[in-house]
Each structure stands twice: as C-alpha cells, then as structure tokens.
Design a binder for this molecule. Structure first.
Ligand code: ZN
Length: 286
C-alpha cells in the first residue's frame, strides 16, 4: 500500500491505496497547529496497516533541494505555527518509510499529466483560490529550479478598468495573486466571483489576468495543457472565457497554438491526493 497526504492550508487529505488511481481509504482532517495535525494524520495511517512509502504534496513555500539540510521543510509560510515545520522528518520518524515530497500544485500537475496519458508536451496546473499557485510537469517530471515555481507572483499588465485597486499580496501588492485571487475579488467587490451577476465586469477582468498567466506559460515553457483548479476556477464560464482570452492574447503567433488547451481538472478534487500518492510511488522505487 502507498500513503498520500495533500497538505493544504485549511485541510489535510489522507489516503492509502495500492496505486495512485486506486484509493482504498481516505480521510480529511482540518489543518490546526502542526503538532496536533501531524499527530492526527500519523494516527490515521497507523490504523490503516503498513504503507511502503508516503507521498506529501504540501502548501508552501517548501524546501525541495535534496542537498539542503532543510529538505522536506515547510519554510517561511505566514500560516501561524507552520513556519520551519519539518513535515517530511515527522512522518519519516512516525512511519519509518520512504517519503516523497513536493508542492501541492506540482503533485496535482503530476496526477493530471498521468491522467491525460502522460504525453502532449507538458502540463501546468494553476490553482486560483485563497492564493494563486502553479505546478509544472515537463517530460513526466515536476519542474524545480533552485526552488519551486511561484507562478502566482508574476506581474500581469493591468486591465484598463482596474486602475485604482492596489492589490492584496502582502509582498507585491498587484501581482497576479494580489489582483485575481479569491481575497482580491472579495476586496474589490465584496463578493466571490460566482456571486457576482453574469454580466458583472469582474468576470472578464479576472479571466484576463488568468489568461495572461496562461499565455506566459504557453510562450515561456511551451506546455500543451494548462489545468485550472481552485475555488475561483469553479465560477461558471470562467475557464471558457480564459481560453478565449488566451487565443486572443496569442493572436495566432505561438507555434503550438493550435494544440493549446485550457481545461478543468479531469480528476476534479482528486488531483492533489492522487499526485501525492504518485510521489509515494517514486519514493518507494528510489
Ligand atoms: Zn505576490
């Protein structure tokens, strides 16, 4: 059996199963302080019988450099109590099995890539919710540089009707997350995107910002597919508007343009946990 943890800022999803596409049991716990949450998770796994490896897809920032002493840590997160949390070390000790580790969005990208048949020129997974994050898989592997990508913190061009909003990112103000995340939408209009009327200009504005991020990915790393998940992405019609806007931003130039796809997660809400189990599979083989 493989174990997986999708470690999110509001909940931890736990699962065991013989393979990533066959989940035998799953359990969700709220994210409280690390001591409580990690112990609760370890107890659940202990009650499921032996797993041969565990995979963790975690909220970040995290340390992914294998050469670092702090590999497997959640690092400078603003989430109270979780900064400098050695999440891999904890489960290494508690379960005594190999632990695979990556960001929650790289895990989700891995699962969506496999779910799409593992071909087609790479895949990016964007989540648009409380924050904006992105994972990237090229040639079947999650991409890290000296750290993991932070695609939510690029600076998009301002929408012409969005001139006086400062943005909500505590670090950058009007980066993509500062302009198009759930909290940015709430700060501008006092409602979520799905609560706004269908003809509200916010729909086009938010779609434009997300489309700029997609265009950046199509143009810079030439992925074929961009999967968009997260709470804001559930707004009816949003993904379709983003896809249209992407075509318009590209204006027929990019060589892969005919094969670009902007889609919802095929695995729905399961992409993260299945990706975590894929990380376990890799760790079991290593
Ligand atoms: Zn930012």
């Amino acid at each position: 059996m493989l174990g997986g943890i999708e470690a999110g800022g509001t909940k931890f999803v736990l699962a065991v199963g013989p393979s990533p596409d066959r989940i035998a049991a799953r359990h969700t716990i709220p994210t409280r302080d690390p001591a409580t949450t990690l112990a609760e998770a370890a107890d659940w796994f202990a009650g499921r019988g032996a797993v041969k490896a565990l995979g963790i897809g975690s909220f970040g920032p995290v340390e992914l450099d294998r050469q670092s002493q702090r590999w497997g840590f959640i690092t400078n997160t603003p989430k109270p109590g979780w900064a400098d949390c050695n999440i891999v070390g904890y489960f290494d000790q508690a379960l005594g099995v190999p632990v695979g580790f990556d960001t929650d969005v790289n895990a989700a990208a891995l699962a969506e890539y496999a779910g799409a048949g593992g071909t087609g020129g790479g895949l990016a997974y964007l989540t648009i919710g409380t924050g904006i994050g992105g994972g990237l898989v090229l040639d079947g592997k999650p991409v890290h540089g000296i750290a993991h990508p932070e695609m939510g913190h690029i600076y998009p061009r301002r929408h012409p009707q969005d001139t006086d909003f400062a943005g909500v990112c505590p670090h950058h103000g009007d980066c993509l997350e500062g302009l198009a995340s759930g909290p940015a939408i709430m700060a501008r209009w006092g409602a979520s995107l799905s609560e706004l009327p269908a003809d509200h200009p916010g729909h086009v504005m938010i779609a434009d910002y997300i489309a700029q991020a997609c265009h950046m990915l199509f143009a810079s790393v030439a992925v074929g597919k961009i999967v968009i998940g997260g709470g804001v992405a559930n707004t009816p019609g949003l993904i379709e508007t983003v896809a249209r806007r992407c075509r318009s931003l590209d204006a027929g130039y990019l060589p892969g343009g005919a094969r670009h796809a902007v889609i919802r997660p095929r695995l729905g809400g399961d992409a993260g946990i299945r990706g975590a189990m894929m990380l376990a599979q890799v760790a079991a083989r290593a």
